[in-house]
Write a protein that binds this ligand. Structure first.
Ligand SMILES: NC(=O)c1ccc[n+]([C@@H]2O[C@H](COP(=O)([O-])OP(=O)(O)OC[C@H]3O[C@@H](n4cnc5c(N)ncnc54)[C@H](O)[C@@H]3O)[C@@H](O)[C@H]2O)c1
Length: 242
């Protein structure tokens, strides 16, 4: 029970990796704020947790909107009074060459994937006394493909942000790490038009959301007390294949 009574905020917890992480943290005693823009998915995660006698609340939040992020943090503080764990997991992709990409599309990816990480950290860290933050990056931060440049850029920047923030606090107060998944069996993977069309073929193992949740929960728990400012690549060896 690594998360007993710990207040855990998880973005994008209505599906995939975020949902698996929410279920695992709740199963280990955490009080989970399920943050998602999609109410069906988010409420389904909360129902699953509460049906199993766990504790969870839903916050309908578009992480691309600063005022929504403030509201989500307020919900956690009003209900539970503090924040122990933050998982920045929600993200989006575009599938265009950069010359075809509008400024609005670029800005939206950066707001959802990167600015949200800054804002959640900015608003949560003052309320964390022995906190842990896990940011969900991607193998695309290290080896990418064509036509997903905003996504890859946002994940690369996230890893640099992660290293920088780890220097601003003693690890006794805050640890911040990234998990970089490979191909994981979630809607995000199968909705990728490059994969749907067969243009991009996945070689190697496809991970289960629970396998990512295991790594995220490790980094968010005291088990990882000596791990800070780094990225754990959880990709079944995919980066060796690329
Ligand atoms: N699935 C993969 O193969 C893979 C690979 C590498 C990295 N990742 C990363 O893992 C993380 C989770 O992805 P997943 O595969 O579980 O995806 P998913 O599509 O299963 O879930 C993403 C969730 O985020 C929510 N979301 C999207 N935009 C949002 C927004 N603006 N505000 C609030 N919520 C929003 C969606 O509603 C959804 O519930 C992402 O950061 C993604 O980049 C996934």
């Amino acid at each position: 029970m690594r998360f007993t009574d710990k207040v855990c905020l998880i973005t994008g917890a209505g599906s995939g990796i975020g949902k698996a992480t929410a279920l695992q943290m709740a199963n280990e005693g955490g009080k989970v704020l399920v943050i998602d823009r999609n109410p069906e998915g988010g409420k389904a995660t909360v129902d699953e947790i509460t049906n199993a006698k766990g504790t969870a609340l839903f916050s309908q939040t578009d992480v691309g909107k600063a005022e929504d992020i403030q509201r989500a943090v307020d919900i956690a503080l009003q209900n539970w009074g503090r924040i122990d764990v933050l998982v920045n997991n929600a993200a989006m992709m575009t599938f265009k060459k950069i010359v075809d990409l509008s400024i609005e599309e670029w800005d939206m990816v950066m707001s959802v994937n990167l600015r949200s990480v800054f804002l959640f950290c900015k608003l949560c860290i003052p309320h964390m006394s022995k906190g842990a933050i896990v940011n969900i990056s991607s193998v695309h931060a290290h080896a990418t493909t064509a036509n997903v440049v905003p996504y890859a850029s946002s994940k690369g920047a996230m890893e640099a942000f992660n290293r920088g923030v780890s220097l601003e606090y003693p690890p006794s107060q805050l640890r911040i790490n990234c998990v970089a998944p490979g191909a994981v069996d979630t809607p995000m993977l199968w909705n990728n038009p490059n994969i749907k069309s067969g243009k991009e073929v996945i070689e190697g193992a496809i991970g289960k959301p629970e396998e990512l949740a295991a790594a995220i929960c490790f980094l968010a728990s005291d088990d990882a007390s000596y791990v800070n400012g780094t990225t754990l690549i959880v990709d079944g060896g995919r980066l060796d294949i690329l």
